[in-house]
Design a protein around this ligand. Structure first.
Ligand code: DON
Length: 304
């Protein structure tokens, strides 16, 4: 199948859509992004890259960074991480606080905000914020094979200024003893992770280790078992309270962000990134999901 032609067809079809969802406006710099942006990049297991639309324009990856943070934290403390974060879908909004009260400050999974804040706290167990942010930047650059990836400081600053719900989550978990470090340092680091700016091309390249049993171009990043488990979490929890619907419609592990990006993995076959800034009610890219749905319908890449 001609994947380049396919991603071009999908882009042409979706460019005509009038229903694009709502661009996130609770982080001010994201509110200024043009809603008609659309990009897609597919890296196949043979290393070939297939791009269309705005695939080279960097956007704020936001919660997609939670995949890379989880990978680093598992590398740092291994399965001990699961004493502090669960592995169940939350069925709640990405920034929900409600379950923390009855569940003793243990977030349901590492892909909701509360879970990613604990993951960040774990990474700060032996690092200063500056070092943890540098480690993250080096990691995504290595995964993508691209030294030009940057953190957008204006996005990190805006999140710092408006992130009252995240402050509530972090302080609440601190009260339960499940955030150990200084709350301001943990959040400052978390906001910088969310503010990573990457293009679809860079993101699809960075997802290759999840496609290829933990390897990138023969180099081992994580064990095959760990890559499979991260994919399992992306499948069950990667789209918040919309994860069941994503599994039903697309049938692949995926992780979304409120910047409108989705990283999606067809294990052994492809690493895919899509970007369209308009979001559905759960904070996931509306046309990004449509694009993935069209892609799997045509390729049969669903794992089911
Ligand atoms: O913490 C926040 O609210 C954002 N930095 C990240 C949220 C996000 O991407 C959730 N995704 N759909």
């Amino acid at each position: 199948m001609d994947i380049t032609q396919l991603v071009q067809d999908i882009t042409a079809r979706l460019r005509q859509e009038s229903e694009r969802g709502q661009v996130a406006d609770y982080i001010p710099p994201l509110a200024c992004i043009a809603p008609d942006k659309f990009g897609i990049a597919v890296v196949l297991d043979d290393g070939s890259l297939h791009c269309a639309g705005d695939a080279d324009e960097p956007f704020s990856i936001q919660s997609i960074s939670k995949v890379f943070a989880l990978t680093l934290a598992l590398g740092s403390v291994g399965d001990q991480l699961w004493n502090r974060v669960g592995r169940e879908p939350s069925g709640s909004a990405f920034n929900s606080i409600v379950q923390l009260e009855s569940e003793h400050g243990i977030p349901r999974n590492p892909f909701i905000n509360a879970g990613a804040i604990v993951v960040t706290d774990v990474l700060l167990g032996h690092l200063e914020p500056r070092e943890a942010i540098g480690q993250m930047l080096r990691f995504v650059r290595e995964l993508a094979g691209d030294d030009t990836i940057l953190i957008d400081e204006s996005v990190a600053r805006a999140e710092q200024e408006t992130g009252f719900t995240n402050m509530a989550l972090a302080n609440y978990m601190r009260a339960f003893g499940n955030v150990h470090g200084d709350v301001a340092k943990v959040l400052g680091t978390y906001f910088h992770f969310c503010a990573l700016a990457m293009s679809c091309r860079q993101l699809a390249m960075a997802g290759r280790f999840l496609m290829d049993e933990g390897r990138v171009e023969g180099r081992r990043i994580v064990t095959g078992r760990r890559a499979r488990r991260i994919n399992a979490l992306m499948m069950s929890c990667g789209h918040y309270d919309n994860s069941g619907d994503f599994a039903y419609r697309i049938g692949l592990p995926g992780k979304s962000g409120v910047g409108g990006g989705i990283l999606c993995v067809a294990p052994g076959v492809a690493s895919i990134a899509v970007w369209s800034p308009g979001l559905n009610a759960s904070g996931n890219s509306h046309l990004g999901q449509r694009a993935l749905e069209m892609l799997v319908q045509r390729t049969g890449w669903s794992v089911f």
